[in-house]
Design a protein around this ligand. Structure first.
Ligand code: HEM
Length: 406
């Protein structure tokens, strides 16, 4: 490939040889924007671990929409920015300090390792209940029947969304994934705007209910957060709940299903995983490294910067291929090999720097619990169809993973 093309079906099916090629021959690649219609003033792709890690930590590269550069980003005409991008503008990931610091201060306490440890028994109970229902069927889809309902119900409960509403929430969440992916079309954008109106109205109603009758959930907590941190506006509150719901399960589903696939493809590693429960979290890091649920994230250069012998100019966009960095042989020995005991494993699947994933402890806990229970309860199950990967590029995950007792 001379130009990096995220729409190439061969790349979709197996991105890793393409990453490998660019890492060797053109690691700081100047190419076309991934989304047709996005501004073409200069779009860069970084493939090497050191470059990706450096940019994630470099304040000269940021996420801000507009103010830092006096131009809209993503560069969608103003009429189309309403209302999805207006909501997105409140997401933690779209902010720069000091607004970013303020929001993280509000959210951090809800996602500490201590909070997550308290959630573990509930996650295990829910996973076990799902398996109780699925195992007698003799076959099921790890993605749709297990990983999706598990992760969605956990994050919904944490936020304060009633379990009866999960079908609606699932549809909204899939729309967000499509809008945030690089393969965005005008139809997808219109659906995103509709979804934003519906989802916001729905969440505003729940927020009003909790003001009247507080509960032990995040919607209540974020509305009553006080002290030294300024509280949130209703618009911000709704936007953060949408963000957490989406961020809190879409990627974790992909972690669980990719982990299951890697173990099913590697029987010796599966035997080791089953025999050594103490390796669970280390193994989860290895699944995240090999099939990173977020393959790419983008930054804007706030200043001219030299990188790998190239000059990235102020205002140009830089897409960081986390999935490529995580298989860079300069950072990981035998990078394409699954080694569930790999240590150290400083993968970039959760990012790095100020936007480092807020939910990393929760994701690792859910992934570990879900996979351990799955292989304890289904020790002799096999894949029944070849796995197929999603159409999206930034969020990469299995569409389905059918297994059966054979
Ligand atoms: C396997 C699961 C997950 C993966 C691979 C993942 C990955 C990431 C990555 C790569 C980033 C940084 C993006 C960037 O710098 O451009 C990020 C940020 C974030 N993640 Fe996750 N995530 C996962 C699960 C979760 C969960 C469970 C939650 C919440 C409950 C969550 C909430 C967030 C939030 C709020 C941010 C933005 C943080 C900020 O801007 O300061 N994520 N995640």
């Amino acid at each position: 490939m001379d130009t990096f093309d995220v729409f190439d079906p061969l790349f979709r099916a197996d991105p890793y040889p393409v990453y490998d090629d660019f890492r060797r021959h053109d690691p700081v690649h100047r190419g076309r924007p991934p989304t047709p219609g996005d501004h073409d003033s200069g779009w860069w792709y970084l493939f090497r671990y050191t470059d990706v890690a450096a940019v994630l930590k470099d304040a000269r590269f940021g996420r801000a929409i507009g103010p830092a550069l006096d131009e809209p980003h993503p560069p969608v005409p103003a009429a189309e920015r309403e209302p999805f991008w207006d909501m997105y503008a409140h997401w933690t990931l779209a902010l720069e300090p000091p607004e970013h610091t303020r929001q993280r201060a509000l959210l951090n306490s809800a996602f500490t390792s201590r909070v997550v440890d308290a959630l573990r028994p509930g996650i295990a109970a829910r996973a076990a209940a799902l398996l109780d229902d699925l195992i007698p069927r003799g076959r099921f889809d790890v993605v749709a029947d297990y990983a999706f309902p598990l992760t969605l119900s956990i994050i919904a409960e944490l936020i304060g969304i009633p379990q009866d509403d999960l079908a609606r929430v699932k549809a909204w969440s899939l729309t967000i994934a499509a809008v945030l992916d690089y393969k965005r079309t005008w139809d997808v954008m219109a659906a995103g705007n509709r979804m934003t109106r519906e989802f916001s109205a729905y969440l505003a109603e729940i927020a009003a209910e909790r003001r009247a009758r507080p509960a032990a959930d995040l919607i209540t907590r974020l509305q009553t957060a006080g002290g030294e941190v300024e509280s949130l506006s209703e618009e911000e509150l709704v936007a953060l709940c949408v963000m957490l719901l989406f961020a809190g399960h879409e990627t974790t589903v992909n972690l669980i299903s990719a982990g299951a696939l890697l173990l099913l493809e590697n029987p010796a590693q599966l035997a080791l995983f089953r025999a050594r429960p103490e390796l669970t979290d280390v193994a989860v890091d290895e699944f995240l490294r090999l099939h990173s649920p977020i393959q790419a994230t983008t930054r804007i250069a706030y200043a001219d910067c030299a990188l790998g012998g190239r000059l990235i100019r102020r205002g140009e966009s830089v897409t960081l291929l986390l999935g490529s960095a995580n298989r860079d042989p300069a950072a990981f020995a035998a990078p394409d090999r699954l080694d569930i005991a790999r240590r150290p494993n400083r993968h970039l699947a959760f990012g790095r720097g100020i936007h480092y994933c807020l939910g990393a402890p929760l994701a690792v806990a859910q992934g570990g619990i879900a996979l351990r229970l799955l292989f304890e309860r289904c020790p002799a199950w096999r894949m029944t169809t070849a796995p197929s990967w999603s159409e999206t590029f930034g969020f990469r995950g299995l569409q389905s993973l059918h297994i059966a007792e054979i």
